[in-house]
Unconditional design. Structure first.
Length: 192
């Protein structure tokens, strides 16, 4: 890892807040123009391109696509009646609230510091809201970027199988995640 860990954590923390803000605003602007789930799903690339345009990320390698998929499309995909679920999504679109974003990142930071890495992951998974899913994805991205884990789709498995095998890895992961959350919290505070 040649890049400064603090710089990587800062970039991901700031981007986490900005991505959620842009995603919420872009969805609100565009979703009304779609009549059904199929047309919405077909326009996924348009949303991702708007995210890339408004929140420049370096070497994202599918990061923004996975955010859109996990935060927005995943709920619809799990349901049998995708059209009905899409109509419900249009009624309850996620809204960016800087104070709520700050509150959630502060809570996540507190759990990480007080209770440890595994408790942090379990809490994020148990909450399961859009912000929590974004923190999970950003945490995965950070841990991959600093070479603590290999490419993984599941944060809990990565922590159990790749990080917790070594106290040095555990402490390093915790420190890097703390930094990312602190920067995300400061970014949310500056927007609120």
């Amino acid at each position: 890892m040649t890049e400064n860990i603090d710089k990587v954590a800062a970039r991901l923390g700031f981007n986490m807040c900005d991505i959620y803000n842009v995603l919420c605003n872009t969805l609100k602007e565009a979703v009304e123009s779609f009549d059904n789930y199929s047309s919405f799903k077909a326009s996924e690339k348009i949303f991702v391109d708007k995210l890339k345009e408004k929140v420049p990320t370096e070497d994202d390698s599918g990061f923004l696509e996975s955010i859109f998929d996990r935060l927005i499309l995943e709920e619809i995909k799990r349901k049998r009646d995708k059209e009905k679920e899409f109509v419900d999504l249009k009624k309850k679109l996620p809204e960016f609230d800087a104070k709520e974003f700050e509150r959630v990142t502060t809570k996540a930071l507190g759990i990480l510091i007080e209770d440890g890495l595994f408790a942090y992951v379990v809490w994020l998974e148990s909450e399961g809201k859009h912000i929590h899913k974004l923190i999970i994805l950003s945490s995965l991205k950070l841990l991959i970027k600093i070479n603590l884990i290999s490419s993984s789709q599941n944060l809990r498995e990565a922590v159990l199988n790749e990080i917790s095998s070594s106290i040095q890895k555990t402490l390093f992961a915790r420190q890097a995640l703390e930094r990312m959350l602190v920067y995300a919290r400061y970014r949310a505070k500056s927007l609120g």
